[in-house]
Design a protein around this ligand. Structure first.
Ligand SMILES: Nc1ncnc2c1ncn2[C@@H]1O[C@H](COP(=O)(O)OP(=O)(O)OP(=O)(O)O)[C@@H](O)[C@H]1O
Length: 289
């Protein structure tokens, strides 16, 4: 049956089939409760959409250790705004985020820094997110310094070499600068930086969409291998449904700031119940082989 011809419920209320395909014995590493984000815009940038409609409008989700939650939705639906709330880059207007059972809004100072170590962000564009003046070694080491890692200098250097090796880069290239690397290699540097603090959760915001198609599969395979090796949980954000189908255990579908449907990959891709999910699936290209 083609995706577009699947029967869906005419009801447009959110569909939450929060079945747990992974053992519920696995601990929750991330929980978002009723998150709302209203961006404040001023002057000529103020539009009806930005002033009236929250970018994130009551989102709740849960993630277990070692699990991948795919987050899909069209451009402008609020995926990046949600990523910034989950990683405490931005504060929610209301609602809260729990990392390893600790509510971020109830922490400050050292306790907040400790909680934030466990949730890191990989950005979409490896071309703009790496400081061109810094060496690769300094870029990967930076989170250790920001989070005041007490390890001696020599151990930090060894840790950077291990991280570069882990993501498939030559540790001897730590003294080079980002412009000496290809797009895929730069994304590997961004991933090494995100892993420096050994996080439990990595939020990947469109991590392959700026890359050549031929390189995308290599980076997707790297994410999968790292998860197998390190047990990381991912929130994997993409507008590319085929990539998400390949990566995710569960999928959340976002539309106008809300999660309209959540479920396992099979539930979402083969038995979509929300009309928007069906529309999104019918307009997407064929899945990866
Ligand atoms: N800093 C900001 N100030 C004002 N409005 C913002 C800000 N960031 C995002 N928005 C608005 O919030 C809405 C959601 O944007 P967001 O970038 O989160 O969506 P997205 O799904 O990640 O889109 P894309 O896939 O194009 O990156 C949009 O209407 C956007 O214009």
């Amino acid at each position: 049956m083609s995706r577009s011809s699947r029967a869906v419920s005419p009801d447009e209320s959110p569909v939450n089939r929060d079945g747990d395909p992974l053992s519920s014995a696995r601990p929750l590493v991330l929980e978002a409760s009723d998150l709302v984000k209203r961006h404040r815009s001023s002057g000529f940038l103020r539009s009806r959409a930005s002033s009236d409609t929250p970018a994130v409008d009551g989102v709740s989700l849960r993630l277990r250790q070692g699990e991948t939650l795919g987050l899909v939705g069209e451009s402008g639906c609020g995926k990046s705004s949600l990523a910034r709330l989950l990683t405490a880059v931005d504060r929610p207007t209301s609602g809260h985020v729990e990392v390893l059972g600790r509510r971020l809004d109830q922490l400050d100072g050292r306790a907040l820094r400790a909680a934030r170590r466990n949730i890191q962000l990989v950005f979409q564009d490896p071309y703009t997110c790496l400081d061109p003046r810094m060496t690769v070694g300094a870029i990967v080491r930076e989170p250790l310094l920001i989070h005041r890692d007490p390890a001696p200098r020599r151990d930090r250097r060894r840790r950077v070499a291990e991280l570069l090796e882990l993501v498939g880069l030559n540790p001897d290239h730590a003294d080079r600068r980002p412009h000496e690397f290809s797009g895929g290699q730069r994304q590997r540097i961004g991933i090494a930086r995100a892993l420096a603090l050994r996080p439990e959760v990595v939020v990947c915001d469109e991590p392959v969409s700026a890359l050549d198609v031929s390189v995308q599969a290599q980076i997707v395979n790297l994410f999968t291998a790292l998860q197998r090796e390190l047990g990381i949980a991912y929130v994997f954000i993409s507008h590319d449904l085929a990539v998400v189908e390949h990566m995710a255990d569960r999928v959340a579908v976002m539309h106008h700031g809300r999660i309209v449907e959540q479920g396992t990959v099979d539930e979402i891709y083969d038995h979509a119940r929300h009309p928007y999910t069906a529309e999104l699936l019918s307009s997407s290209p064929a899945p990866l082989p």
